[in-house]
Design a protein around this ligand. Structure first.
Ligand code: APR
Length: 174
């Protein structure tokens, strides 16, 4: 499995599974969530509504993940996961790492060979970008999986530079 860092819009990534930085309602929002629903179309939201009417009546818990169709996106699946809101007082990093590993496990179970992640929790949920990258890489490095390509899609060049630096430093620590 290899991990790539790229800059761009995750909705145009040509991978088998695209991870959505959702909220527990699974009924859409802004940021990545808004972009995926807007470009993927109503089929995604319809499946999310079905999930809320069945397995996730109380919403998708933080740190967990669930797959739906990708609708009009070029991917085959969208894997929705709910990141923790950043807290100064409480270490929620295990929940953030769980978003990455739970999504990866679902992707593998579906037979996905490639997966694209946004930088979960680093937008509306205010997680500092540098640590958000560190948590993503800590969760994914060395995680046994049949998924061959993992792509971390950063939305802007500045965030990509941060990610590259964190990635270099984490390689140096290996
Ligand atoms: N492609 C890639 N990255 C994106 C895109 C995109 N199209 N749009 C935003 N981002 C980046 C943001 O810049 C940020 O770095 O994704 C990261 C995650 O930001 P958010 O989408 O705000 O997600 P998050 O911080 O996890 O907050 C989730 O926001 O949109 C709502 O419904 C969502 O309530 C949930 C909350």
């Amino acid at each position: 499995m290899r991990i790539e860092l790229v800059t761009g819009d995750i909705t145009v990534e040509r991978v088998d599974a695209i991870v959505n930085a959702a909220n527990s309602s699974l009924l859409g929002g802004g940021g990545v969530d808004g972009a995926i629903h807007r470009k993927g179309g109503p089929a995604i939201l319809n499946e999310c509504r079905d999930l809320r009417a069945s397995r996730y009546g109380r919403g998708l818990p933080v740190g967990q993940a669930v797959a739906t169709t990708a609708g009009r996106l070029s991917a085959r699946w969208v894997i929705h996961t709910v990141g923790p809101v950043f807290s100064e007082d409480e270490d929620r990093s295990p929940l953030l790492r769980s978003c990455y590993t739970a999504s990866l496990a679902i992707a593998a179970s579906l037979g996905a060979r490639s997966i694209a992640y946004p930088l979960i929790s680093s937008g509306v949920y205010r997680w500092p970008k540098e640590d958000a990258v560190a948590q993503a890489l800590a969760a994914l490095h060395g995680e046994p999986t049949t998924v061959e390509l993992i792509r971390l899609v950063l939305f802007d060049e500045q965030t990509r530079q941060i990610a590259e630096r964190v990635h270099r430093d984490s390689d140096a620590d290996q």
